[in-house]
Design a protein around this ligand. Structure first.
Ligand code: XIL
Length: 326
């Protein structure tokens, strides 16, 4: 089972950060270092220095690396979003970006989030309108398929994922993704998996629906990976959560891990960061929420860590069939 965390390169020089990461995880993913604004700062230049630091750390500690992300509507540089490129120019730019970045990490990154959050959150089941989906009356989804094909050309061995938010349960968004993935599989578009982000803010998630969703996707022959899990809690001005919420958070981590473990096609559980010292939830919620991760600000394991560990040790992972003994 792959157990991962999203990582920021500046923190790798902090001893407790690096030690905890290397000790507890066997996979990592750059949290921001592979996004366009970092890796492709001007139209003519690529800057791999931040992501290379993270990949070097992983190689040095025998960890796998997930790549995140090749196509998204956020964290794009101004040269891309503010220039008025026409659709064929954008297509060329995207192809060059994907082939350059995937090519740079060929053999080092084992799985890529090729496209992130292509479906809209306000219009359930509909495609999001972005620079990539064109300026026609309806958003054009063909860039998604092209992106998977280009990534596959750049590294035929790498696993290619579609990653999405708020599609963990069976709902109109996950229905639309399911239809897209089924169509891709039928037509031979190279897709190997779907990432469920799993940013949880509601302390009573519908785990039965998450489990049913994992089941239907894995039945299509794609892997599911939990890619960005955190469980945001209400916090006081010091960033501390209530003990009963920390307990409920632990239950959620346990239930989600158990749901993943019970499906052989669910192959990874990754958290979005690992210590409450560094988590996007604080700034994202104007500091009303936090304490979302398995380790506290001092790197001490929280109830969520114990629950996760327990689930992994006792999980009913169905073993692959073993050959009969002679
Ligand atoms: C977040 C990062 O954690 C922050 O550091 C950054 O400022 C904004 O993006 N879904 C995703 C991630 O796919 O890339 C986002 O990461 C969180 C939501």
């Amino acid at each position: 089972m792959l157990i991962g965390a999203a990582v920021r390169p500046v923190q790798l020089s902090e001893l407790a950060y690096a030690d905890t990461l290397a000790r507890e995880f066997n996979m990592l993913e750059p949290e921001d270092a592979l996004k366009w604004e970092v890796v492709h700062p001007t139209q003519q230049s690529f800057d791999f220095s931040q992501a290379d630091q993270i990949v070097d750390f992983a190689v040095g500690h025998d960890m796998k690396v997930r790549g995140h992300t090749l196509v998204w509507h956020h964290q794009n540089p101004a040269w891309l979003t503010e220039s008025k490129f026409n659709s064929s120019q954008l297509e060329q730019i995207l192809e060059q970006h994907i082939k350059t970045v995937v090519g740079h990490y060929r053999g080092k990154i084992f799985a890529w989030d090729v496209v992130n959050e292509a479906f809209d959150e306000l219009r359930p089941g509909e495609l999001r309108r972005t620079i990539w989906s064109g300026s026609g009356t309806l958003p054009d989804c063909s860039y998604i398929e092209r992106s998977f094909r280009w990534a596959h050309e750049a590294d035929p061995q790498v696993l290619l994922f579609y990653n999405e938010a708020e599609a963990e349960v069976v709902n109109p968004k996950s229905d639309a993704i399911y239809a897209m993935v089924r169509d891709f599989r039928e037509r031979g578009v190279p897709i190997n998996g779907v990432g469920f982000q799993m940013h949880i803010a509601n302390l009573h998630p519908d785990v039965a629906s998450i489990s049913a969703n994992i089941r239907r996707f894995t039945a299509l022959g794609v892997q599911i990976q939990i890619t960005e899990m955190d469980v945001a809690l209400p916090v006081d001005v010091e960033g501390n959560a209530r003990p009963e919420d920390l307990q409920q958070q632990a239950n959620i981590y346990r239930e989600i891990a158990t749901a993943c473990l019970s499906h052989p096609g669910c192959t990874a559980i990754q958290t979005w960061g690992f210590t409450d010292k560094y988590s996007w939830i604080g700034s994202h919620s104007k500091h009303t929420r936090g304490a979302a991760l398995p380790f506290d600000k001092a790197y001490r394991p929280k109830p969520a860590y114990e629950a996760l560990r327990n689930a992994l040790e006792n999980g009913t992972r169905r073993a692959r069939p073993q050959p009969e003994p002679h």
